[in-house]
Structures are given as C-alpha cells and as structure tokens.
Design a protein around this ligand. Structure first.
Ligand SMILES: C[S@@+](CC[C@H](N)C(=O)[O-])C[C@H]1O[C@@H](n2cnc3c(N)ncnc32)[C@H](O)[C@@H]1O
Length: 303
C-alpha cells in the first residue's frame, strides 16, 4: 500500500504520484473510455496502489536527468520530452521528477508529450500534469502509425516493446528514434525474461494474487474508495489476473534486444543489464531483469 504521504514532484519515491487518487480515477474513467481494456487499466492502477514498484525508477531518474541537464545547459529552448505508451502516470511522473530535481527553471522549460492508444491513461496523465503545473500534450495514437509529435530531446520507451510483435520492433524503434532532435536521447527500458520454464510467469500470477487480496482488504476497510463497487472491481481484478502474460514481443536475452537496436539504425550510447530479487510473500522470492539502453540518432554514433 502507498505509505509515502508526500506527493510532491520532488519526492524521489512518489515522484508526485498519488496512487490512491489514480486508482479512483482509473475506476471512474476506464469503463467509460476503454470499455474493451478497462479491466487491464484498473488492475494496473490498483496493483500500483497495493505496492507494485517501478524497480528501475532511480536508474531512470538518473538517465533522464542527464539528458535533460544536457539540453538545459543550452539556453532558452523548450525541452521536449516524449513518453510512448504510458499506461498510467509512472513515466510522466518519473521524467517530471528528473526535470524538477534540476530546478524550477529547468522544469518550466520542459514540455511533456504522452502518446497512448488508450484515452484513460492520457486523461489521468493530463490531470497529473495540471496538478503539478506541467506543460503537457496528450495524443491518442497508435505508435505503429503515429506522426512525429515534436523534435524530441528525450524519448522514454518503457515496457512498451512487449506489446510489439518481434517482426515490427526494429522498424518501430527506428521510427520513434527518428523523432529525436539532433542531440536527443531515447531511453529504452524493457523486461528481459529468464529462461526458467515458466517460473517467472507463475511468480507473476502469485504476485498478482497477493496484490488482489491487498486491494480487497483496502476496499473492505474503506481505505480505498473507487467509482465502482468492490464487487465489480474485484471481478475485474480476477478477470485480468493473467492478462498481458503472453505478449508477442517479450525479450529472452540481451542479445535479442541488441539485435533490435542494431537493426533500428539508432546509435547505441549505452546498454546496461539490471536485476532484482524481491519477496512476493514471506519466503516467496521472485527475480526480474531489465535492459536499459540509451540511444541516439545514427549520426550520434560517437556522441
Ligand atoms: C505496459 S504499458 C507501458 C507502461 C509504461 N510505459 C510504464 O512502463 O509504466 C503499455 C501501454 O502502452 C500502450 N500501448 C501498447 N501498444 C501501443 C501502441 N501500439 N500504440 C500506442 N500505445 C500502445 C497501452 O495502451 C498501455 O497504456
């Protein structure tokens, strides 16, 4: 459950996100704007409220901060930040925090553009931006065909490529990368599955079961107030327990990711492997690994 009571943008843990409020907004908006995928959105928002962590948030803040600081050092231009596929406010909040940590003047120069094919995350991001005084533009678009929103100084592509079939990944990465301004950077962060005969997928279901139980308790105790009844909400969580488990674009090795980057034509500035081990419940450990790549335009190969 969210225990941090500071929803200030400068707080490195919450990055300004009020996850109880988000859960409430998703339960009000998703049934109206995303009737086909409301269960998915509501499950995501409730699980974040019950404690799902953005494990790589500190690393993202570090990487995004470096890119934003580089642009901020050049005078008097808007710093264009693009988030591709938002799901909720996590990436908007993380990049806005990275900018805010560099000072109010830097944050004021930033403009945040969020693209998603779903309206609900865009509306929740818009509210977040209004609450924190961010310059914001939300664009409902399918990334497979979206037009360039701006000349981007920073593009965040986080946990998106699981949704993109392998055959389309290099072309999409190249196209999103073509939106970069000359010295712009694309931060690519994605899970890499373990070769473990499905142990990670089974762990994911156990993790979601624990999160569903925590949501049920929060609803029963009145700590969480949603637009829909507890019964309807719990039905959604149950139905969404295994969704996005078998997505078409999962990576199984770092080499697979590196091949997509090579084929995209973008310049590889850095690639890191990150790994975590955490307890789902006492004695029930789970592992996760991710790749973090910083990419530039092809002409930045030695940048
Ligand atoms: C797993 S989430 C991304 C998560 C988010 N970047 C984060 O890490 O917190 C996937 C999001 O991308 C969106 N999405 C997936 N495929 C898309 C596409 N082809 N075009 C636009 N949005 C897409 C979904 O609607 C969803 O909001």
């Amino acid at each position: 459950m969210q225990t941090v009571q500071s929803f200030a943008l400068l707080d490195p843990s919450s990055c300004g996100e009020d996850l109880a409020y988000n859960a409430q907004r998703f339960s009000a908006l998703a049934p109206q704007f995303c009737s086909d995928c409301a269960d998915y959105h509501i499950r995501g928002a409730l699980h974040r409220y019950t404690g799902r962590k953005i494990f790589d948030r500190p690393e993202l803040i570090r990487l995004a901060g470096k890119v934003i600081a580089d642009k901020a050092a050049r005078p008097e231009q808007t710093i264009e930040i693009v988030i591709t596929g938002s799901a909720d406010t996590a990436m908007l909040a993380t990049s806005a925090h990275a900018a805010a940590a560099l000072g109010a003047e830097t944050l004021k120069r930033c403009r945040f553009t969020v693209l998603d094919r779903c309206m609900t995350p865009l509306l929740v991001c818009e509210e977040f931006a209004a609450r924190h005084g961010l310059a914001f533009h939300g664009q409902q678009a399918d990334l497979m065909s979206a037009a360039q929103p701006c000349a981007a100084d920073l593009i965040v592509v986080h946990s998106l490529f699981r949704f993109i079939p392998h055959a389309s990944q290099a072309a999409l990465l190249g196209r999103i990368g073509s939106w970069l301004a000359p010295r712009g950077r694309l931060i690519f962060s994605n899970r890499v599955l373990f070769d473990d005969d499905g142990a990670e997928a089974r762990g994911q279901i156990r993790k979601r079961t624990v999160a569903n139980k925590a949501a049920e308790e929060a609803l029963a105790e009145g700590r969480l107030r949603l637009a829909e009844s507890a019964e309807v909400t719990l039905g959604r969580l149950e139905r969404a327990i295994a969704d996005d488990q078998e997505l078409p674009g999962e990576f199984r090795s770092l080499d697979e990711v590196k091949a997509v980057i090579r084929q995209s034509g973008l310049a590889e500035i850095s690639v890191e492997n990150l790994a975590w081990e955490f307890a789902i419940a006492p004695g029930d450990l789970m592992r996760r690994r991710r790749v973090h790549a910083v990419l530039g335009r092809a002409d930045q190969r030695h940048g």
